[in-house]
Design a protein around this ligand. Sequence first.
Ligand code: FAD
Length: 303
Amino acid sequence: MQMREPENFTGLRGEVRSAEPMARHVTWRTGGTVDRCYVPADLDDLACFLRQLPSSEPLLFVGLGSNLLVRDAGFRGTAILMHSAARRPALDGGLIHAEAGVASPKVARFAALHDLSGAEFLAGIPGCVGGALAMNAGCYGGETWNIVERVVTIDRSGAQRIRARDEFATAYRHCSLKTPGEEWFAAAWFRLPKGDGAASRERMKGFLARRVATQPLQLPNAGSVFRNPAGDHAARLIESCGLKGLARGGASVSEKHANFIVNPKGVARASDIEWLIEAVRATVRERSGVDLQPEVRIVGEAR
Ligand SMILES: Cc1cc2nc3c(=O)[nH]c(=O)nc-3n(C[C@H](O)[C@H](O)[C@H](O)COP(=O)(O)OP(=O)(O)OC[C@H]3O[C@@H](n4cnc5c(N)ncnc54)[C@H](O)[C@@H]3O)c2cc1C
């Protein structure tokens, strides 16, 4: 494939990097390199970059990498690091407007500041708005797409489109455009009812305390590894198979929360984590008949 060298890009205000280690950009703190990554200055700059890429270039949009494993031999293509491009959330005609690179907890705090309720669940989800939209992130009864009014997408040509919520098919940890095409999230507007900021802050405190009590937040992890099967909990199934503490290469199934895999010293390879994912899946399938589906996204090439 014909790849442009960084010096051949023109008019950019962001930063092009080659052979970027993705361990720096994912919360598991491991993984291979991407051939190239781009840190856009803003959305117009991102559009300018995308227009100059070959149309066949594989693209990986990354928020805070809190749901992402990049295999050890890396990703042959270009990663777009959205987080640093984002401007602050803003009020727009009673809606909250947030660019894709805004951290989700910021949206929760911004909503509370403006006495809007219903975004509290985002306070403990350590990703960006783009990742929350792509994953339909949720917890404690809240789900991202329940509060979305409309979004802005961007395509390979850099074209941005406003799309209504009903142009997407959404479900538990799932979101896809109903019409075929390759588009990524650039921004979203959230509609929230009037509420009481102090009450929202109390709810957020309660949610965060629950997380601290039940999740291994001080160790590198990527949240829940598997989706919950209908009517059950992945963590319960994994624990009932005696898999807590199962370890490989420095990674292990968390003793605190069986649906988390932790990389305490940051020395595990992506392949160790993927091995654990497969081992847990196979054991649970064999002992309970349930085929757990990974929630985390795994990309790139294995060694
Ligand atoms: C401690 C911890 C707790 C967590 N708790 C929860 C929870 O309660 N509920 C929950 O749902 N999740 C949870 N997660 C998982 C994760 O935080 C969410 O899925 C989050 O929304 C991912 O956002 P991100 O920006 O980190 O996405 P990334 O990990 O960077 O990306 C995830 C996926 O989204 C895609 N993506 C990212 N940005 C864009 C974009 N702009 N356009 C299109 N696609 C994009 C990526 O390509 C990738 O496929 C938790 C994770 C951790 C580490």
